[in-house]
Write a protein that binds this ligand. Structure first.
Ligand code: HEC
Length: 198
């Protein structure tokens, strides 16, 4: 009984569902004016790491506040990475910041993460973007504009990130795989071969 309507529905949906290119269902979605839509379900994605108080300035002074950053990636991109050691078109990586808190509940030492999200940045691989990757800085849970080039985001990631402009050297479940698949960037291989000038 249900078969015919279902088939008809599929026939209507199929041509649009496979467009515009290879972008997966959990990949980037945009508003009509090209802003990246907030990925509502990123907390169900694959967890990569939590950095604590990361800073790129050797002289940076801790101001007494702890900041955590948590990194997530969409599952289809994570699965592709398992096969080839690098990211497919349609990769979406989320970095969310949460403040560190001490003395909450039974906790006597160390820090736990705030309920409040202090910031959210997204790195998207999409062949339609200039350079193939784009950064988006969210200040709401709706959408964000592309950070235009040139920007320090692009320079630092392009010069220092281990795999395809992403910081896989800090993602413990991926770095070994990238090494095995031979996808570590020449710049990163050089960096680990030369002792850092301190
Ligand atoms: C000086 C270097 C540097 C600059 C500048 C920088 N980042 Fe990053 N970024 C990092 C490092 C290191 C990580 C790894 C974080 C971790 O391990 O927790 C990272 C990770 C990320 C991630 C997670 C996905 C990935 O690519 O690995 C996003 C998203 C991100 N940064 C966004 C931004 C945005 C947006 C800007 C510009 C406003 C920016 N970054 C500027 C160094 C940088």
């Amino acid at each position: 009984m249900l078969r015919l309507p279902v088939l008809l529905l599929l026939a209507v949906l199929m041509p649009t569902a496979s467009q515009p290119n290879t972008i997966p269902a959990d990949g980037p979605a945009y508003t009509s004016d090209g802003q990246l839509r907030y990925p509502e379900h990123y907390r169900e994605w694959v967890y990569l790491t939590s950095g604590v108080n990361m800073s790129y300035n050797p002289k940076a002074q801790a101001d007494g506040h702890t900041m955590f950053d948590n990194v997530f990636v969409n599952p289809s991109a994570w699965r592709a990475f398992q096969q080839v050691g690098t990211w497919p078109d349609g990769t979406v990586m989320v970095l969310e910041n949460r403040g560190g808190e001490s003395g909450k509940s039974i906790n006597k030492h160390g820090q736990t993460q705030s309920v409040e999200v202090m910031g959210m940045e997204i790195h998207v691989k999409d062949a339609r973007l200039k350079g193939g990757w784009g950064f988006f800085e969210f200040d709401n849970q709706v959408s964000a504009r592309l950070t235009p080039r040139p920007a320090s985001c692009y320079t630092c990631h392009e010069e220092h990130a281990a795999v395809d402009t992403t910081f896989v050297q800090f993602y413990p479940t991926l770095v070994g795989l990238a090494q095995k698949k031979g996808t570590l960037s020449p710049a990163y291989l050089k960096e680990i071969a030369t002792p850092a000038a301190k």
